[in-house]
Design a binder for this molecule. Structure first.
Ligand SMILES: Cc1cc2nc3c(=O)[nH]c(=O)nc-3n(C[C@H](O)[C@H](O)[C@H](O)COP(=O)(O)OP(=O)(O)OC[C@H]3O[C@@H](n4cnc5c(N)ncnc54)[C@H](O)[C@@H]3O)c2cc1C
Ligand code: FES
Length: 293
């Protein structure tokens, strides 16, 4: 009998170095039945385990509309992620999940989709981006705002540059902000002054404003904790309804399924488990649950 506490074995089939500290892992379940029964929604995560080391929650970095291996973009920060980064194609990890609520893609149908990512926040948003691109007729315009510190730290940088240079091919409007100068982004900004800005991600609202229709848009946000307060303020200023703003959050986790209490946030009036009530929350949740952001 399968248990949500029991990892399924998955073999690493490819490892792509994305930056000095981030790698994209492509994984295939060892057991064919596990591969067949594994379905997921954009925004869900899995618990990845390395025997004898531990387990970490990691967002699924692809859309369920795309066949092929499971994709996980992993930043090396500590014990478990260091161990995962040492693995090579052919090595095996454990996978539990998928867990979490994911993004309400059905509810977002008919809306424009405004994706706002900071740094590694692009990983869970990639699942939404690919999903809306693959189901183009179900959604309105797609706008991506991506903020990075530098060229070296930018994830999917070739793809983002290609989106900016060839918007007709990508079918979406892409805006990029960077903090540290380098020749590639400086030249990109010279060629595409409407799409590229120096500064943090919120400087991009000025560029994207002509395309944001507050009553027609759902916003999806993921990035470092500091980013949320400023981005949510900008979205509120534009009168986007709080129920149409989705954020995906990170908390320290253990079980991933609402049993251990490690990820609980809130106070006397309302509590939420980030692992099962989230990791996707609305701005309305943020306004009613203490400590979410
Ligand atoms: C729902 C969810 C989705 C995630 N998706 C991704 C993803 O797609 N890619 C990815 O690289 N990471 C993701 N993370 C973060 C990832 O789970 C942690 O970085 C990882 O568990 C760290 O484990 P470690 O043993 O390597 O580090 P540890 O040795 O446990 O910690 C190293 C350092 O990182 C800090 N840290 C650990 N976990 C977190 C956390 N959750 N939030 C903030 N700081 C933390 C610790 O405080 C410490 O300073 C996600 C987390 C959650 C909850
Ligand atoms: S991680 Fe155990 S309750 Fe959320």
């Amino acid at each position: 009998m399968s248990s949500m506490y029991l990892p399924k074995l998955a073999k690493i089939v490819e490892v792509i170095e994305m930056t000095a500290i981030e790698k994209l892992f492509k994984l295939q379940f060892v057991n064919e039945e596990d591969a067949k029964s594994f379905t997921f929604k954009p925004g869900q995560f899995v618990e990845v385990s390395v025997p004898g080391v531990g387990e970490s929650p990691i967002s699924i970095c692809k859309s369920p509309t795309r066949p092929g291996p499971l994709e996980l973009l992993i930043r090396r920060v500590g014990r478990v992620t260091n161990a995962i980064h040492k693995l090579k194609p052919g090595d095996v990890v454990g996978i539990r999940g998928p867990f979490g609520n994911g993004f309400p893609m059905e509810k977002m149908k008919g809306y424009d989709v405004l994706l706002i990512a900071g740094g590694l926040g692009i990983a869970p948003l990639m699942s939404v981006l690919q999903y809306v691109v693959d189901k183009r007729r179900d959604y309105g315009d797609v706008i991506l705002l991506y903020g990075v510190r530098s060229y070296q730290e930018a994830l999917f940088r070739d793809m983002i540059i290609d989106f900016i240079r060839h918007p007709e091919k990508a079918g979406l409007r892409t805006f990029l902000s960077y903090e540290r100068e380098d020749p590639v982004f400086v030249s990109l900004m010279k060629d595409h002054p409407e799409n590229v800005r120096k500064g943090v991600v919120t400087v991009l609202f000025e560029c994207a404003d002509p395309y944001i229709k507050p009553d027609k848009v759902c916003a999806v946000v993921c990035g470092p904790p500091i980013m949320y307060r400023f981005v949510l303020k900008e979205l509120a200023k534009r009168n986007i309804p709080p129920n149409n703003i989705y954020i995906t959050l990170e908390r320290r986790m253990k079980c991933g399924v609402g049993k251990c209490g490690h990820c609980v946030v809130g106070g006397a009036t309302a509590i939420k488990y980030v692992c099962k009530d989230g990791p996707v929350f609305t701005y309305s949740d943020v306004l009613s649950v203490r400590g979410l952001v």
